[in-house]
Design a protein around this ligand. Structure first.
Ligand code: EPU
Length: 438
């Protein structure tokens, strides 16, 4: 096993407008070999940073990746009056004194995930004003379920001039059914209910591992949440005085793990990924084996993959966890682009998550879009090209495509990549890829 890699959490350098745009340059066709360790999950740590607002104390999060999103979330939390320190793989949040109840547009518009401060702020301060995050490149991204859940807990919630205003004399536990298992709505309602009077039950809750990590974090801080990771989450409210600080580990990033597995499939080769929770990746591993690669769980925290010859096509449908994740839809598309036959991807979570298709076509992929499906006819090889990423997972998809392609690929739009992947190109280089940032 490789020792854990210690990486500093330095804010990524800001680019001046006159500087040429950074790009990742990949000379494709090198099979990956070796071992890589998976870092902490972005989508868990950002929500746990918001949960730290629920205690008049200091909460320390460990195994934190160095991502622009983590630094942006720190800005949001600082704006509310908490002190945030970012150090070696950890973030410490001192929320003893909050001075603001407003998360402004300038901050929330840069990081949608920061909308999750709404629930804890409302619970702790009885009042919150949080900018509406708005849509984004991948879809409309509504918040109606957040709003409805908080109203059922007894809050008055209104939308005015682009802000959500929520207030409540007190929140009172109740039963809340979600029309769909939204991650964000589950998180906001769960965090608001932590300090509510009595018991809240969320039915049809999101079951993702990041929700379990969040519930474990709240419980370590003195909260009482059971059932996270299942369809039904039960939250027994506790008074603010019973909440305290805690030291909490961030779970490994299953989406980063999937990205490395697909990079290996695109190039051929064999790699070992460790520091992962294999249990979070059953849907991903099972489909990889259907495609003819050998992927196995070597230990609960270690997955091995070996790819020889051309892979078979497969159909994918994105569904809420434990199904195949929408966040790996763009990355797997780059692998399917060179499989031996036709594959179909059906995207059911977002309305507009095929932004990578136009760029993959520039690399020679044969992909047609029909409503929410992409029909991918495998070609023998992709060709290197200049491509631009439109969102985080599209960026990963283009890098995977470039690793497998013939010739040189140049990927721009790296601000998206840096939101969710920490040192991806260095770590791919460690596996033998010819990939550089300039
Ligand atoms: N939705 C509604 N109403 C709501 C809430 C959601 O209709 O009130 C819809 C959304 O419009 C969307 C779908 O439900 O079409 C899923 O939304 P969800 O609330 O589950 O997503 P989220 O919490 O906004 C998180 C991740 C996303 C990931 C989704 C789905 C974070 C910071 N983001 O978003 O991650 O795609 O869950 O698993 O946790 C990424 O990491 O690249 C990323 C986009």
């Amino acid at each position: 096993m490789t020792p854990p890699q210690v990486h500093r959490l330095d804010p990524p350098a800001k680019q001046g407008p006159q500087e040429p745009e950074e790009k990742i340059i990949i000379r494709g066709g090198k099979p990956l070999h070796g071992q890589v360790r998976i870092y902490g999950a972005k989508n868990a740590v950002l929500k746990m940073m918001a949960a730290a607002l629920l205690a008049k104390d200091v909460t320390v999060l460990k195994n934190v990746p160095n991502l622009t999103d983590v630094h942006m979330m720190a800005e949001v939390i600082r704006h509310l009056g908490a002190k945030v320190e970012i150090g070696n793989n950890e973030v410490s949040i001192d929320a003893r004194n909050l001075t603001e109840i407003e998360a402004p547009y300038e901050l929330v518009s840069q990081l949608r995930a920061s909308f999750v401060v709404l629930g804890p702020l409302l619970a702790r301060c009885r009042e919150a004003k949080v900018s509406l995050p708005g849509g984004c490149a991948i879809g409309e991204r509504r918040i109606d379920l957040h709003e409805r859940g908080l109203k059922l807990l007894g809050a008055e919630v209104g939308i005015d001039h682009g802000y959500v205003y929520a207030s409540a004399e007190k929140l009172v536990g109740t039963r809340i059914y979600l029309d769909r298992p939204s991650n964000g709505a589950t998180e906001n309602i769960m965090l608001a209910a932590v300090l509510a009077e009595g018991q809240t039950i969320i039915e049809n809750a999101a079951q993702d591992p990041e929700i379990v990590n969040l519930a474990d974090c709240v419980n370590a801080m003195g909260g009482k949440i059971t059932g996270a990771g299942t369809y039904q989450i039960v939250i027994d409210g506790v008074p603010l005085e019973e909440m305290h600080g805690a030291v909490v580990d961030t779970i490994p990033d299953r989406l980063e793990a999937g990205t490395f597995l697909y990079a290996c499939m695109a190039t051929g080769g064999d790699i070992v990924i460790d520091g992962v929770n294999a249990h979070h990746l059953y849907a991903v591993i099972s489909k990889i084996n259907d495609m003819g690669a050998e992927c196995s769980i070597f230990a609960p925290d270690t997955i091995k993959i070996k790819c020889t010859g051309r892979l078979k096509p497969a159909d994918y449908t994105t569904v809420p966890y434990p199904g195949f994740p929408t966040d790996l839809q763009a990355p797997i598309m780059s692998v399917l682009a060179t499989c031996d036959g036709t594959s179909i991807i059906t995207e059911t979570i977002y309305e507009n998550r095929f932004m990578q298709v136009g760029e993959l076509r520039r690399m020679g992929a044969d992909i047609q879009l029909k409503a929410n499906a992409a029909i991918i006819k495998g070609v023998p090889k992709l060709m290197g090209a200049e491509v631009k990423s439109s969102d985080l997972r599209a960026a990963a998809s283009l890098i995977i495509a470039g690793l497998g392609a013939e010739g040189v690929t140049e990927v721009t739009g790296l601000s998206h990549l840096d939101r969710g992947y920490d040192g991806l190109e260095e770590r791919l280089r460690g596996l033998g890829a010819d990939i550089w940032r300039r």
